[in-house]
Design a binder for this molecule. Structure first.
Ligand SMILES: [Zn+2]
Length: 198
């Protein structure tokens, strides 16, 4: 899976909120960037930046190294995104989305829904019963909702995510294969150690 800027942002914004966007952009642009440089670039207080970085760290999306500043005597932290971990989070998020949509889909398929002609509300059968099939907002008689369109839309969404996930799995498999091949080649070129024959 290619880790695009959009995917990075989708994952990290959920943790930091919109406020974190400039920081995310800086982190994505450069490895081993010091927290002071980050604070400088996004024009925020170092305390705010640190708080955000620790949040990301707690979600295992960034790592750090620290170096002692020889002159000032304190430690400076350098931060780097963890692409594999972000990929994994993205994969997990999409899988959960697909699960939720599937649940919704099966609800839609097994339940009847009713709508108000004035579009105030949409109720399931039990709720409709409670209001004697009248809209609790405007009092109009509610009618059976044609949910075919909704079901089709949900179905399309599920399929789209599933296709994306399958593609990711396939890409991951291929990446592994090339890596194994490379490793095998390396081993072949290595001077052989004495092997005991059968
Ligand atoms: Zn109504």
């Amino acid at each position: 899976m290619r880790l695009t800027q959009k995917k990075i942002e989708e994952i990290m914004l959920k943790i930091l909120g919109e406020e974190g966007l400039p920081l995310i952009k800086e982190l994505a642009a450069k490895d081993n960037i010091s927290e002071f440089e980050l604070a400088n670039k996004v024009k925020k207080d170092i305390k705010v930046i640190r708080k955000m970085l620790y949040l990301l760290y707690n979600h295992n999306l960034v790592s750090f190294t620290r170096k002692k500043d020889k002159i000032k005597g304190w430690y400076i932290y350098y931060w780097t995104l963890l692409p594999d971990s972000i990929k994994y989070s993205y994969f997990k998020m999409r899988r959960e989305q697909a699960e939720r949509l599937k649940e919704q889909l099966s609800e839609e398929k097994k339940e009847l829904f009713f709508v108000c002609p004035n579009n105030c509300i949409r109720l399931n059968f039990d709720q409709g019963m409670d209001f004697e099939f009248h809209c609790p907002e405007c009092g109009e008689l509610i009618s059976l909702d044609r949910s075919e369109e909704k079901i089709a839309a949900l179905y399309r969404q599920v399929k789209e995510i599933e296709r994306e996930l399958a593609q990711q799995k396939q890409e991951h498999k291929e990446e592994n294969k090339t890596q194994k091949k490379k490793q095998a080649k390396k081993n072949k070129n290595k001077p052989l150690k004495k092997k005991t024959k059968r």
